[in-house]
Design a protein around this ligand. Structure first.
Ligand SMILES: Nc1ncnc2c1ncn2[C@@H]1O[C@H](COP(=O)(O)OP(=O)(O)OP(=O)(O)O)[C@@H](O)[C@H]1O
Ligand SMILES: [Zn+2]
Ligand SMILES: [Zn+2]
Length: 805
């Protein structure tokens, strides 16, 4: 039996990846296992913190007196062997702390919150006991420390040993239980009891008869009383008479309990789908760790491929994990998966309450759910024996987490695929350049669906030059052709979707006469408008210049920052088309829980003609009556100071275009732009992902950007701008000699949004092809900056960042 446990502890200001050693009290020795949460004393005071047992041994490597574990929180490990290995790997590969990683993998309610408590000691005098504790043995500090006088009094009592201060870890995870009814008598005894009740006691008779039908099973009181029409009072009196017992039974909070979901059957696959499913199923059965790229145009039936491949994994006795971006985890998507796999499905997404998430998590952990659908963090779902991992819309940037651990769900999926020896399917109509490049090299296996199902054509795309439009009529968000098309759809009772691109909103300047966007002379990246300093800045190299008053290209005075809001667009549209029924979907109208779903359902029922929205409407929607898609401003993302600007624009235009003409009726797309000749827009017009890929790869090669180079971003922030800047320059001096000369270090520069929440941000970007010293250097950096964190300076490391903003 192990006497010693290695524990990683949760001490926010003193993080380390080194476990601490604790004695296991004799009573716990047979129970403690790696992966369990424990409460341990930490430091000199009476501080109690939560930790995870990562290892058990019999030998201490620590010379001093060992402290003992206080309490074991769990009866069974919450992190299994795989999860423990995953935390270690994740910490190492994202330069985060293992404890942060462990907490990221668990539902929020299982993360520790602490409460300061006072407890009586054997020295507590009757007077103090009376005043503080009454009958209880401990009280929360907050409830008694009501003013500063009381606080100093408490401190004196603590010094005298009359009270003991300690930290109680609050267990927030609450199971939901419901009272259930169970017969306490045998059927024969129940029959006898019926003869003893007085005549006319119909409720009691009904109760006895009902209990006899239970056959020893339990039934929730709610259903019992409804089904047999007996009141709660009768049930309570039956309990007193000893006819029945009531037990608290655990129930799961099922967020989809109210929605009746229809079972669906697998569709007959077309040839391309067949080939894809066959290859994936072969890999499941082998089993092989193949990573597939399923490159399928919008509406090509990728979801059906996922569903049938997942069914094959279940048939082989394994489980399946399906990741989708948060925004496409719509009821429509859930219905499609639940319709196929019913109760085997657990859904994890941010719209659920913490309790609901906890319940779904435990259903998975207990093996009651074999299929998991969820957004980013669902990649950690505690499934065992995984047979297939699917990642839909793999190019989506929401798969990358912005806070520590800064992981990409794709990386975690690939790690788990190696652990479980199962295939991964990365699906998209517009794969990320990184993924498509890996398929080119044969690292991933490429599957292509080049046609829409049932040979539906992709929609025709018209590009509208807004420079010309502006010359012909008064300034408006709607070009003449788009307005005509909208009117036409109203008359034909077909639906339209309008997208207003909010990305990069008014952060750059654009010439309305020639489409010119001001770029950095050194980096070929758009300059960002800084209203605080009234300058244009390049945040890659630090170049800075004045805001132009006339266009440097065509000398027009029509140069200004560009942007308009969804609300303004809606207003204008109501003026132009007073009869249209319009729904607006943006951050304002979808803030309330469930609002997003409601709006989509209204549109889906045909109770609106036009859906106006931000990029949140671009993905996943499958509405047969939508025949028109309009993009009001295709350019905003193009102006972003990021080498991925063209890629985002291409992806967004392709995805939103894909919402049109998905069923019998043909679709048409209008893209309004000031840059009608930009290659991202041209390739999107022709639905030419492959063309875009080749062109963009050349651009990346020339610029020395990913996927030709790897990148790491290091950010320092402080309330004092000078401190953040100074620390970045010191870091540069420290880093340079530790890295190989071929590794480029860009910066330090202030971030484009240099001040957020009163903190100033400076960044540096490392670019490299091979850097053998990277891991050791950044690990050292992570440990050493802990001391500074305490002083207010924060340093973060982001491997392969998706945003340089
Ligand atoms: N083999 C099939 N036979 C008939 N209909 C199909 C078949 N496969 C898929 N469909 C239907 O075609 C429509 C489009 O499929 P799906 O939504 O899976 O496409 P997708 O490739 O995921 O598109 P997007 O990338 O645009 O979301 C759906 O309504 C789906 O039910
Ligand atoms: Zn111009
Ligand atoms: Zn520059």
């Amino acid at each position: 039996m192990a006497q010693i446990a290695q524990v990683i502890v949760d001490v926010p200001t003193m993080q380390t990846n080194r476990p601490y050693t604790y004695l296991i009290p004799a009573a716990w020795q047979s129970q403690v296992q790696p992966g369990m949460r424990v409460i341990v004393p930490f430091g000199r005071g009476k501080r109690r913190v939560q930790g995870f047992v990562v290892n058990l041994t019999n030998q201490s490597t620590f010379d001093g007196d060992l402290k003992a574990i206080d309490t074991v929180v769990d009866l069974a490990p919450v992190l299994n062997t795989e999860a423990l290995a995953m935390t270690a790997w994740l910490a190492q590969s994202t330069f985060a702390f293992q404890i942060t990683c462990a907490q990221t993998m668990l539902p929020a309610v299982m993360r520790a919150k602490y409460e300061k408590q006072l407890r009586a000691t054997d020295k507590t005098s009757p007077a103090v006991r009376e005043k503080l504790f009454g009958d209880a043995s401990s009280v929360s500090f907050e409830t008694v420390a009501t003013d500063s006088q009381m606080v100093s009094q408490l401190m004196r009592w603590q010094k005298a040993g009359e009270v003991d201060v300690y930290y109680q870890v609050k267990n927030q995870a609450r199971r939901k239980t419901q009272l259930a009814v169970k017969a306490a008598l045998t059927p024969a005894e129940l029959a006898t009891a019926q003869t003893t009740v007085r005549a006319g006691a119909t409720q009691q008779l009904a109760l006895l008869k009902a209990l006899a039908t239970l056959n020893g099973e339990t039934l929730t009181q709610k259903i019992f009383s409804r089904r047999f029409n007996v009141s709660d009072a009768t049930i309570r009196s039956g309990e007193k008479k000893g006819w029945l017992t009531r037990v608290a039974e655990e129930v799961y909070r099922d967020p989809y309990a109210d929605s009746d979901i229809q079972a669906t059957k697998p569709l007959t696959l077309n040839d391309e789908q067949r080939v894809a499913v066959d290859q994936i199923v072969t890999a499941i059965d082998a089993p092989a760790t193949t990573t597939f790229l399923l490159e399928g145009v919008t509406g090509s039936g990728k979801t059906e491929v996922y569903l049938q491949a997942m069914a094959a994994a279940l048939k082989a006795g394994k489980t399946a994990l399906m990741l989708v971006p948060e925004i496409s985890l719509t009821p429509q998507m859930v219905r499609r998966v639940k319709g196929r796999f019913g109760h085997a499905v657990a859904v994890l997404h941010s719209g659920l309450s913490n309790g609901e998430k906890y319940d779904e998590w435990r259903r998975i952990q207990r093996g009651e759910a074999q299929v998991v659908v969820g957004a980013r963090s669902a990649v950690f779902a505690p499934l065992t024996n995984i047979g297939l991992i699917v990642m839909d819309e793999e190019h989506e940037s929401s798969y990358k987490q912005d806070d520590a651990p800064r992981y990409h769900a794709r990386q975690v999926a690939l790690w788990r695929s190696r652990y479980h020896h199962c295939p991964v399917v990365l699906g998209s109509a517009t794969p990320s350049l990184e993924t498509r490049a890996r398929a080119e090299k044969g690292v991933y296996s490429r599957l292509v669906l080049k046609d829409r199902v049932n040979q539906r054509p992709l929609p025709a795309v018209s590009i509208i030059d807004m420079k010309k439009e502006m010359q012909q009529h008064a300034e408006s968000n709607f070009s003449a052709p788009l307005l005509v098309a909208l009117q036409d759809r109203l008359e034909r009772h077909e639906q339209s979707v309008l997208m207003l691109n909010r990305r990069g909103y008014s952060s750059f300047v654009l010439c309305r006469d020639c489409g010119f966007v001001l770029k950095c002379p050194n980096c070929d990246i758009s300059l960002t408008l800084h209203m605080d300093t009234h300058t244009m800045k390049c945040h890659y190299c630090g170049h800075e210049e004045a805001i132009p008053r006339i266009c440097p290209n065509c000398h027009s005075r029509q140069i200004r920052y560009y942007g308009t809001g969804t609300e303004k667009v809606e207003e204008e549209l109501r003026d132009l088309l007073p009869d249209a029924r319009i729904i607006r979907m943006d951050n304002d109208t979808t803030r309330k829980k469930g609002a997003h779903e409601k709006l989509l359902a209204t549109f889906g029922r045909g109770d609106a003609d036009i859906l106006i929205g931000t990029q949140m409407i671009a993905k996943g929607l499958d509405f047969p009556n939508v025949t028109l898609v309009g993009v009001l401003n295709a350019d905003t993302a193009l102006g972003l100071p990021d080498f991925r600007a063209s890629e985002w624009t291409f992806q967004l235009l392709t995805q939103v275009s894909g919402r049109a003409g998905r069923a019998e009726k043909a679709g048409h797309v209008y893209i309004q732009t000031f840059n009608p000749d930009h290659y991202a827009i041209r390739f999107a017009q022709h639905h030419d992902y492959e063309g875009f890929f080749k062109y963009e790869m050349r651009m990346r090669h020339q610029g020395g950007y990913p996927p030709y180079y790897f990148t790491v971003q290091i950010t320092a922030s402080d309330l004092d701008e000078a401190v953040a800047a100074k620390r970045m320059y010191q870091l540069l001096q420290w880093l340079r000699p530790r890295l190989t000369p071929s590794t480029l270090i860009l910066g330090p520069t202030p971030k484009p949004i240099a001040r957020v929440n009163r903190r100033y941000y400076y960044q540096m970007v490392l670019k490299y092809k091979r850097e053998p010293n990277l891991a050791s250097t950044l690990s050292t950096l992570l440990q050493e900056t802990q001391v500074q964190q305490r002083q207010g300076l924060q340093i973060s490391i982001d491997v392969e960042p998706l945003h340089f903003m």
